[in-house]
Write a protein that binds this ligand. Structure first.
Ligand code: FMN
Length: 390
């Protein structure tokens, strides 16, 4: 029996991560704003013993063309703390994690809200401390431009110090997702859980080693959970058919702006059903452009097919049978790439139901995931110490 076990969070803002999920057969297109549906989702996650339900938050709509936003169900959501307070009453064990920004909020407000949620939920609250990357958020807070990146992290340190000063001995769990130099250092020195965004096992190992070494140098430890979109089928062919169907539902209005960003060129005039034309060099990421051009050439993809691929979801994906998904998760866990995963569902409710019905039993069969909660608080689930504030 393996000694290490996976920690699993569920990313639930938006409720499903693929931009076309709301067009998938059986989808609940209004689920981001339907409390009854969300209660059903969190109860399913709790029955499967997930560590936490995570509500990301953004203080402005995504920085994308309106035509693309109109074809996406990822634009907005319930205010996280209001939602999690309601969900605390519908559940008993699962952790409740929400994002709050250190750039645009005030420490007293954040301290009160999370301390309240922690008491209401009997120790299940977690705060994802973000400095807010989207520059449009500044415009919603009376600023004409965004606060400079490293200044945001300086403020975040002071902010967290003040918030911790307000809290007593029952501290919510601190979560962080910084990726830059300043972000990694801040996460390593302060966070108990770190959300990673590595797309390959090699990158994840490097990130893991780097951040754990920084944390150890600060006399601390932390859990690292990369985000992963998981598409599972009863057979490998079924899993890939599900993915192909979902990708085919990405509308060109949504896929093409994403493709333009990734290629570093305005692709809106390209013939959708022709092969990708030659792409001149640009000032944007060259590796991303080269990877996509090579993929299009190798697989003889049309512009439409390429836009569907990049428009759906850009991060780490796992596609296959429950055995294949479990193999991948086990390898990441046992070779120092992850302490668990933040699961992103490709569709809702089918993506969630498939994961719980197929992947969870396979992980349990291998001794990689709990069969029941051992404790009652989020700290208990994550194996974190109960802290006493001096
Ligand atoms: C799993 C995950 C969840 C995130 N959630 C949020 C969020 O809810 N709100 C937000 O503004 N940024 C969110 N981010 C972005 C990070 O906070 C951060 O801005 C980004 O990783 C860039 O890192 P940097 O600020 O160190 O450059 C998230 C990132 C990841 C990987």
């Amino acid at each position: 029996m393996p000694t290490k076990q996976l920690h699993l969070g569920a990313v639930m803002r938006p409720v499903a991560i693929h931009t076309a999920w709301w067009r998938y057969p059986g989808a609940y297109p209004d689920a981001n704003f339907n409390l009854a549906h969300i209660v059903r989702f969190i109860r399913t996650l709790e029955a499967a013993c997930f560590d936490a339900f995570f509500m990301a938050d953004h203080l402005a709509v995504m920085n994308m063309p309106v035509r693309a936003l109109q074809r996406s169900a990822t634009v907005s959501s319930f205010e996280p703390m209001t939602l999690l307070s309601a969900l605390a009453m519908a559940t008993e064990r699962i952790g409740l994690v929400a994002t709050a920004s250190t750039t645009f909020e005030e420490p007293l407000h954040v301290a009160r809200r999370f301390a309240s949620l922690d008491r209401i939920s009997n120790g299940r609250a977690g705060w994802n401390v973000v400095t807010t990357a989207n520059p449009d958020a500044a415009l919603n807070f009376g600023l004409t431009e965004h606060v400079e990146h490293d200044e945001r992290y300086r403020r975040a340190r002071d902010f967290l110090c003040v918030v911790e000063g307000f809290w007593g001995d029952a501290r919510p769990v601190i979560v962080q997702a910084g990726a830059s130099e300043a972000g990694r250092q801040f996460a390593a020195e302060t966070a108990e859980v770190i959300f990673g965004s590595s797309r390959t096992i090699d990158d994840a190992r490097l990130f893991h080693r780097d951040v754990k070494a920084r944390a150890a140098a600060a006399g601390r430890s932390c859990k690292i959970l990369p985000g992963a979109m998981v598409t599972v089928g009863r057979t490998r062919a079924e899993a890939w058919e599900k993915k192909a169907l979902l990708d085919s539902l990405v509308h060109p209005d949504s896929g093409m702006p994403n493709l333009s960003i990734r290629l570093g060129i305005d692709a809106s005039g390209f013939d959708l059903d022709a092969p990708l034309p030659d792409i001149p060099p640009s000032n944007q990421s060259q590796s991303q452009r080269d990877t996509l051009v090579a993929l299009a050439r190798r697989d003889h993809l049309t512009v439409r097919q390429l836009a569907q691929m990049v428009g759906g979801f850009g991060g780490l994906e796992m596609v296959g049978t429950a055995g294949e998904i479990a193999d991948t998760m086990q390898e990441w866990l046992e070779t120092g790439a992850a302490d668990g995963f933040n699961i992103m569902f490709p569709t809702m409710p089918t993506g969630l139901d498939d994961f719980v019905e197929l992947v969870i039993p396979e992980l349990r069969r291998r001794g990689l995931f709990r069969r029941e909660y051992e404790g009652t608080t989020l700290r208990d689930h994550l194996g974190l110490p109960r802290l006493v504030n001096d």
